[in-house]
Design a protein around this ligand. Structure first.
Ligand SMILES: Cc1cc2nc3c(=O)[nH]c(=O)nc-3n(C[C@H](O)[C@H](O)[C@H](O)COP(=O)(O)OP(=O)(O)OC[C@H]3O[C@@H](n4cnc5c(N)ncnc54)[C@H](O)[C@@H]3O)c2cc1C
Length: 447
């Protein structure tokens, strides 16, 4: 008996609401008995992978779903800027996998270090061996430390990028801000395209500037940006002028000056740019270039730094037996975001379920929205729906906040942002997120 309706699932995946599709939306589906014995292995329990594991099991409870995730706690990067600004407690970012286990997913906390695509087996550093009928990768990003001369993995312990999925870097950033003298300089080095979460560094700049404005008002935040333009630029620039005049110094590359960093000197605490500008700093957040997580390369699906995918299915173009979602992929014009990874994950679930049950497939639809808090109750957003067209993901009905908008609208955006966080956490971990209560000063000091 099969009552799974792929068309209805497609509607859920491309739903028009502001938030994500919740797990309960799938509860009425059952799936072909023929698919029951299939084994699916998912590597990476973040926005893409945890969503896939959860919804596969929800869609077909008999499916054998194994999630291989290196860490016992997922510390979300999304929402982490709000922790830096004092708008979220650190603990509210951290999530375990007990909900997925309770839902029937076999969660294995090991590090995948090989994929034998001929035998269809994943191996782990810990000696594990996991056979699969379908493989899904969502390993996120790896950091290209050598893209900033003088910056290394070791030095990132002192001056964090805080761009991987770990709470450590974010807490280090908080400690750097706390240790800074009032009147000191915080330097931020922005990444070049493509990178994880296009507006993320600029929201982070606003949250660091908010911290400095409220706690160390004589201080400065100097931004060095190798790009000539960035996401939601008019509304971020409006916020820099409106809230952080005299604190933020923005150095955006232009036809005369190139603010790409050519030297990072952690001993002298000095940055040098291509155009010769030198910045002395007390604290720094360096965000280097990025590439797909290592396991994608080991599985043989990378093309240079990233994974090329078929935008209709998110199967790797190098190996159609492997699905890849999230930041590791080239999903242009979809940005690398948690919302995108979650939306792509649901399409992959629908693909795998339809494939295993030999049911009709329908065109995939995707969605993304990225919110950014720029000051208390002032939140901006950008987003679009996407469909596969001519080998790409074409945006439809895109929207972006505008300068001079009504304060009530911006406050409403913030409520959407908080609601989305709860929704994606429920999707990923089959549990409800803790409330984003403002961090108590004592908790912030602990980091
Ligand atoms: C500061 C900041 C702010 C952001 N804000 C937002 C936002 O507001 N909205 C938004 O939508 N997105 C935001 N993002 C982006 C979002 O966090 C990412 O796009 C999203 O996490 C990508 O999901 P993913 O599944 O590709 O990777 P991840 O969520 O990073 O998950 C990858 C997982 O794979 C695991 N892993 C990797 N390799 C292996 C291996 N070999 N074996 C076992 N496990 C492995 C990792 O431990 C990790 O848990 C932000 C990012 C940053 C840095």
């Amino acid at each position: 008996m099969t009552t799974f309706n792929r068309r209805d699932f497609g509607k859920l995946v491309g739903g028009a609401g502001a938030g994500v599709v919740t797990a309960s939306g799938l509860s009425s589906f059952a799936i072909a008995q023929g698919a029951a014995a299939a084994k699916v292995v998912v590597i990476g329990g973040g926005c893409g992978g945890a969503t896939v594991a959860h919804f596969l099991k929800k869609g077909d409870p008999k499916l054998d779903v194994t999630l291989i995730e290196a860490n016992k706690i997922y510390s979300s990067s999304f929402g982490s800027n709000l922790y830096l600004g004092g708008f979220r407690g650190f603990d509210t970012l951290n999530h375990g996998y007990e909900g997925l286990r309770a839902a029937g997913v076999k969660v294995v906390h090991q590090f995948a270090n090989a994929v034998d695509t001929a035998k269809k087996v994943v191996k782990t550093k810990e000696g594990g061996s996991y056979a699969y009928d379908r493989l899904v990768l969502s390993p996120g990003i790896a950091i290209k430390y050598d893209s900033i001369p003088g910056y290394t993995k070791e030095i990132s312990n002192q001056f964090p990028h805080a761009y991987e999925t770990s709470g450590v870097g974010k807490q280090q950033l908080m400690r750097l801000m706390e240790a800074m003298p009032n009147g000191g300089t915080f330097a931020m080095v922005m990444p070049n395209n493509p990178y994880r979460c296009p507006p993320g560094p600029y929201e982070r700049a606003c949250m660091i500037a908010h911290y400095l404005k409220t706690k160390k008002p004589k201080s400065k935040l100097v931004i060095l940006d190798p790009k000539k333009a960035f996401s939601k630029q008019p509304v971020f620039t409006e916020a820099f002028d409106k809230y952080y005049k005299g604190i933020i110094e923005m150095n955006l590359t232009n036809d005369i000056d190139d603010f790409s960093v050519t030297q990072f000197d952690p001993k002298a605490k000095e940055l040098t740019t291509k155009s010769g500008k030198k910045v002395k700093f007390d604290a720094a957040n360096i965000i280097p270039q990025q590439r797909a997580g290592d396991i994608a390369k080991l599985a043989g699906v990378t093309d240079k730094d990233w994974v090329a995918i078929n935008p209709e299915t998110f199967q790797s173009t190098a190996n159609k037996d492997i699905y890849v979602v999230g930041d590791s992929t080239v999903a242009a014009e979809m940005p690398k975001s948690g919302f995108s990874a979650n939306s792509q994950g649901k399409v992959v679930v629908a693909e795998i379920l339809a494939d295993l049950s030999k049911k009709e497939k329908f065109p995939a639809r995707y969605r993304n929205t990225c919110w950014s808090l720029v000051a208390p109750d002032d939140c901006i957003k950008v987003g679009a729906n996407y469909t596969a067209k001519e080998g790409k993901l074409a945006p439809e009905g895109s929207f972006v906040s505008k300068a001079g908008e009504d304060a009530g609208l911006r406050k409403q955006n913030y409520a959407e942002y908080v609601g989305w966080y709860d929704g994606i956490i429920t999707d990923m971990f089959a549990k409800t997120a803790a409330a984003p209560k403002k961090a108590a000063p004592a908790a912030q000091k602990k980091g």
